[in-house]
Design a protein around this ligand. Structure first.
Ligand SMILES: *[C@@H]1O[C@H](CO)[C@@H](O)[C@H](O)[C@H]1NC(C)=O
Ligand SMILES: *[C@@H]1O[C@H](CO)[C@@H](O)[C@H](O)[C@H]1NC(C)=O
Ligand SMILES: *[C@@H]1O[C@H](CO)[C@@H](O)[C@H](O)[C@H]1NC(C)=O
Ligand SMILES: *[C@@H]1O[C@H](CO)[C@@H](O)[C@H](O)[C@H]1NC(C)=O
Length: 663
């Protein structure tokens, strides 16, 4: 028997040499590598999940299953969410749980709901919260969350306590201030505030920017003690020696941010492996989780899948979902990477992971340069070519005779792809097996026999936003504070019941941010919420409006709003304003400088008015309470854009009976 074995091995060896395969050892005897902490998605930063909540069932549950249900789709192991700060954070604003001092409400926004849906599907999912922006009061007007670090720390910790108290959610990690300079004193104060609140198990991730924090940690033992995980963004799969020397966990706590086509999937496949191979990062989190915001906002469709049409129910399970499954369905957080991992001789990489109980998962990727570029950082040139790779299983895996095989391939030449397909198991003979690897492929070889390419019948066909849309905001017990499809770009618009109002405006939509937040991006000086279809040209927008601020207040309705997100300050369109001082104005810009018409309106605070704005070709006219107020305003640009409502400054104002009719 033994001699047969050696003869076979010798034969194999000769055969392998003849075909010119490279050898890769997979061995746990030499000790293991770092703990695998999971692959995640990021909801927020900002408002990237806005449209998902308005999907009807069963589609909404299906989308959530593709994201979170174990052994079904992406099977995500981490959900990171924005701690809303009332300010623009890329594709919209997310509401704070404390708009002003003394205010407290743990039911705003959709991140609580999302975390619960994720937990429902995967009770072991890791939850992380991170602020991008803060309400004005947190900085007491100083414009920074670090001026009063105790105030900021208790504000953040209240969010964690609220998560438990109102939603039974245990937050595992919390961050500092997304992609802004960190402050060592604040981090230490946050640590002690967590400890004092009885939350010693909530770890701190810092600093969600570059690697600088690791240098600071080497020199400051208290900072070192306060930080559990060094989280960096878009590391380009590389780390620095100082970070490795800390011996802390290293995570790519935000990465990807790439259009979710097959090149995006290539980016994702490459970084999921190489963030560990090159940078020893044990977790990678995708910005964003699901592209569920208007596609014409910043970074449209940069999510693992697309769900941007709640009005039709259409969603798309994009290829990054299946790239994620290659790892998540066959390795759980707590597994360890082997030390035998690395780059392939002719391009690509492989990682191997084990549960320490005999199970093995190997993930191989051979993504070519041009088919795996991420949005950032730039990818230095390299080449990948077809290659034969022989793996030699040793240690606990030496006796494995068969590995399950899951396969993806992107064939760009023929615009075809194979996604997460289960192929015939690979036979290992004497601990050896050889794969003939092509380019732009992903392989998972594993002892795990579960795994599934989950599937629901196709969702409804894609269709544009309805041309005629009306909302009276008459929702008695809303599941969410936001009205469907409105996407706040500065300020926060939430349902407002005024039960003492005897008139027809008991249920309205109210703008509630009254002071400029400690912003993350460049919020406008006006508040604005957009809705509809960016391709709309000729439209009529009608809305009842209530200015609440006496003398200086004002509101607008708008059409053809061309920009939102981080460019919201530069938004152009047709803006019809009325003011508490009895005047109106029509401007071509949100900033209110490009005046196209103005005059007296008789409008005042505390009284409801009906505004109507009609834009047709190059002309616009406006009505007040059903009477023509102005006409023949010339609007050359933009030719199309969203409808919108908003206020003149950060001030309270209400809106009711919103209607838009597009030609
Ligand atoms: C692999 O994992 C399965 C499922 O967790 C477990 O039952 C089994 O004992 C593990 N070990 C091996 C060698 O399969
Ligand atoms: C891989 O091995 C096969 C024989 O099994 C051989 O035909 C092929 O040329 C080899 N490919 C490369 C790239 O060496
Ligand atoms: C609520 O309704 C009452 C009665 O009409 C009115 O006096 C009050 O100003 C309203 N509150 C707000 C915030 O609109
Ligand atoms: C009315 O209020 C607006 C907004 O504050 C201001 O721009 C405008 O100059 C005022 N008009 C008059 C006549 O006071």
């Amino acid at each position: 028997m033994a001699s047969y074995y050696f003869v076979t091995l010798a034969f194999l060896f000769v055969w392998i040499c003849t075909i010119g395969a490279e050898f890769y050892v997979v061995d746990d005897q030499i000790g293991l590598g770092r703990r695998f902490d999971g692959i995640g998605g990021l909801s927020g930063g900002g408002a990237t999940t806005r449209l998902l909540v308005n999907y009807e069932e069963p589609y909404r549950n299906q989308i959530l299953d593709y994201l979170f249900k174990p052994d079904f789709g992406a099977s995500l192991q981490i959900l990171k969410v924005e701690i809303g700060g009332d300010a623009q954070t890329t594709d919209g604003t997310e509401p704070s749980h404390m708009h002003y001092e003394g205010d407290e409400n743990y039911f705003r926004g959709y991140e609580w709901w999302l975390m619960k849906e994720a937990k429902k599907r995967n009770p072991d999912i890791t939850l992380i919260g991170l602020p991008w922006a803060f309400p004005h009061w947190v900085g007491k007007g100083q414009g920074s969350p670090y001026h009063f670090p105790d105030v900021t720390a208790s504000y953040v910790v209240s969010w964690i306590i609220g998560a438990k108290q109102y939603h039974d959610l245990d937050i595992d990690y919390v961050g500092i201030w997304n992609e802004k300079t960190f402050n060592a004193d604040y981090i230490k104060i946050l640590r002690s505030t967590l400890d004092k609140a009885g939350l010693p198990d909530v770890g701190i991730i810092a600093a969600d920017g570059n690697w600088d924090i690791s240098v600071a940690m080497e020199m400051d033992p208290h900072l070192y003690g306060a930080v559990d995980i060094i989280g960096v963004h878009y590391p380009g799969t590389k780390t620095i020696p100082e970070a490795l020397r800390t011996k802390k966990k290293l995570w790519s706590s935000e990465d990807y941010s790439t259009f979710n086509n097959d090149v995006g999937a290539g980016c994702w496949a490459r970084i999921l492996n190489q963030n560990y191979v090159n940078g020893r990062m044990t977790s990678t989190i995708s910005w964003n989780l699901v592209a569920s915001y208007y596609e014409d906002l910043s970074f449209g469709r940069d999510g693992l899948m697309t769900a941007e049409e709640p009005w039709s129910g259409n969603y798309v399970v994009e290829s990054p979902i299946w790239i994620t499954a290659h790892t998540t369905q066959f390795a759980k957080p707590g597994w360890r990477y082997l030390q035998t991992i690395g780059n392939l001789a002719h391009g690509g990489s492989y990682v191997a992971l084990t549960d320490g109980r005999g199970n093995l998962t190997v993930v191989i990727e051979t993504m070519t340069h041009d088919h795996s570029q991420c949005v950032r950082p730039p990818l230095p040139p390299y080449s990948v070519s077809p290659q034969n790779a022989t793996f030699n299983l040793k240690g606990s895996f030496a006796t494995a005779t068969e590995l399950q095989l899951w396969y993806s391939k992107f064939d760009f030449k023929n615009s075809k792809h194979t996604l997460f397909k289960k192929l015939q198991p690979v036979k290992a003979l004497g601990g050896f097996f050889t794969l003939s690897l092509g380019v732009d492929e992903v392989y998972t070889l594993t002892t795990i026999t579960t795994g599934q390419k989950g599937h629901y019948t196709d969702p409804p066909n894609s269709s544009p936003f309805p041309k005629k849309y009306f909302d009276d905001f008459n929702v008695r017990n809303p599941s969410f504070d936001e009205a469907p499809f409105f996407a706040d770009q500065t300020g926060v618009f939430q349902y407002f019941p005024n039960l003492t109002d005897p008139g027809p405006h008991v249920f309205t939509l109210r703008q509630v941010v009254t002071e400029r937040p400690i912003a993350w991006a460049n919020d406008a000086d006006q508040t604005i919420s957009i809705i509809g279809d960016h391709s709309w040209g000729d439209v009529t927008v009608t809305c009842d409006v209530l200015i609440e601020t006496v003398n200086t207040g004002g509101v607008f309705i708008a059409a053809r709003v061309d920009k939102g997100g981080e460019s919201v300050r530069e938004a152009m369109g047709v803006f019809f304003w009325v003011f508490a001082n009895g005047t109106y104005r029509v401007t071509n810009d949100i900033g209110g400088k490009m005046v196209r018409a103005e005059g007296l309106s008789g409008t005042k605070a505390g009284k409801w008015h009906t505004l109507t704005l009609t834009v047709k070709g190059q002309f616009a006219h406006g009505m007040l309470n059903g009477y023509l107020l102005w006409k023949d305003a010339v609007i050359l640009n933009p030719r199309n854009g969203w409808a919108a409502i908003g206020t003149y400054s950060f001030e309270y104002a209400q809106f009711d009976n919103f209607q838009v009719v597009a030609d």
